[in-house]
Design a protein around this ligand. Structure first.
Ligand code: BTN
Length: 326
């Protein structure tokens, strides 16, 4: 009921009478009062005026279950939210839920991760209070070889969500880092459980640096937050909801063709590497080329110095700007 009351208060924008809440949810005034009291304890500023009712004055930057559920407006993505104040890794938890048969679209969110995972076995430092750590569980019925494209679907959704909520110029560094002003604000990690020709489940996790005001020295050169770039503290749940809503839309477009043909134009418009010279780091081979965008399967198409066009598959390859990270 907390989620529903929060939603009604938020959507009304003004006063909602206690009686109206009682009638809508078929509960007593005391039950309503208890929920309002709980919300106040969580930091929501709610005014109670005699003969008028309750009014939500301000929502704090909380990442609670009710906050997320009351904001996410979708048909299947994030319809079930599993929230934890602290967890090892939202990807690990989403996989555990996948094993237990949780539904397609289940969203796992945490305020802090104690074992956050980055790409290629790296760690993802995940302090509390400032970032989004979220993972969506998917059960697609296509071949496992197509799953890596879902990372690009998430990258596009995060970039669109950031632009929509902040107006900041979010861009994508192929295949799946989101950058603002040349520095990384989000990393994405997709993992999968599959048979040779059948996907059990896929999890795609995103870590977004939202309100952090500084970064450890070792990553400060390449990492930034939306707060550092925009100077405004954001409500993380609002941004998370916006990303999930865009993800649902983009995923459905992806499913129409089971590739990126319908998403590649918006993706390429945001691609920071587009028409730029990049350094390709393949195992045992490094070379420079000019990137022209992704193709239908999400490979980066580049033109090498000898004029040959080449499509690079993300797997083992790193792409850097010739002069630095992007
Ligand atoms: C990268 O190395 O750039 C990918 C980082 C992915 C981090 C996110 S945070 C939410 C989800 N849970 C994890 O343990 N990792 C991903």
């Amino acid at each position: 009921m907390k989620t529903e009351i929060l939603k009604v208060l938020r959507e009304s924008g003004g006063y909602v009478s206690g009686q109206q809440l009682c009638d809508s949810f078929g509960v007593s005034r005391t039950a309503v009062w208890k929920v309002i009291d709980q919300l106040k304890k969580e930091g929501y500023e709610i005014e109670a005026v005699r003969n008028k009712g309750y009014r939500l004055i301000e929502s704090p930057d909380v990442m609670g279950q009710a906050e997320l559920e009351s904001l996410i407006d979708t048909r299947w993505a994030g319809k079930t939210v599993v929230y934890a104040k602290e967890t090892d890794s939202t990807n690990i938890q989403a996989k555990a839920l996948g094993e237990k048969g949780a539904v397609h679209g289940t969203l796992v969110v945490a305020d802090r991760q104690t074992a956050g995972k980055g790409r290629r076995g790296r760690r993802w430092t995940s302090p509390p209070g400032t970032s989004i750590y979220m993972t969506i569980l998917l059960k697609p019925q296509f071949l496992p070889s197509k799953a890596p494209m879902l990372t690009l679907v998430m990258a596009l959704s995060v970039a669109e969500g950031i632009m929509g909520e902040t107006g900041l110029p979010a861009q994508i560094k192929w295949p799946n880092d989101i950058v603002v002003n040349g520095k990384k604000v989000c990393g994405i990690l997709t993992e999968m459980s599959a048979e040779i020709d059948y996907i059990n489940y896929v999890v795609t996790g995103a870590g977004v640096n939202v309100n952090a005001d500084s970064f450890p020295e070792d990553i400060a050169r390449t990492a930034t937050s939306l707060y550092i770039e925009g100077g405004v503290k954001l409500r993380r749940a609002q941004l998370a909801a916006s990303i999930v809503e865009r993800y649902e839309k983009n995923y459905e477009m992806f499913m129409e063709t089971e590739d990126l043909s319908r998403l590649k134009d918006p993706y390429n418009r945001l691609l920071v590497n587009c028409r730029k010279e990049v350094r390709i780091l393949e195992p045992g081979n490094e070379y420079e080329a000019v990137a022209s965008g992704i193709n239908d399967t999400g490979e980066l198409v580049v033109m090498t110095a000898d004029g040959k066009e080449k499509a690079i598959y993300a797997g083992e390859v790193s792409v850097r700007g010739v002069y630095g990270y992007v």
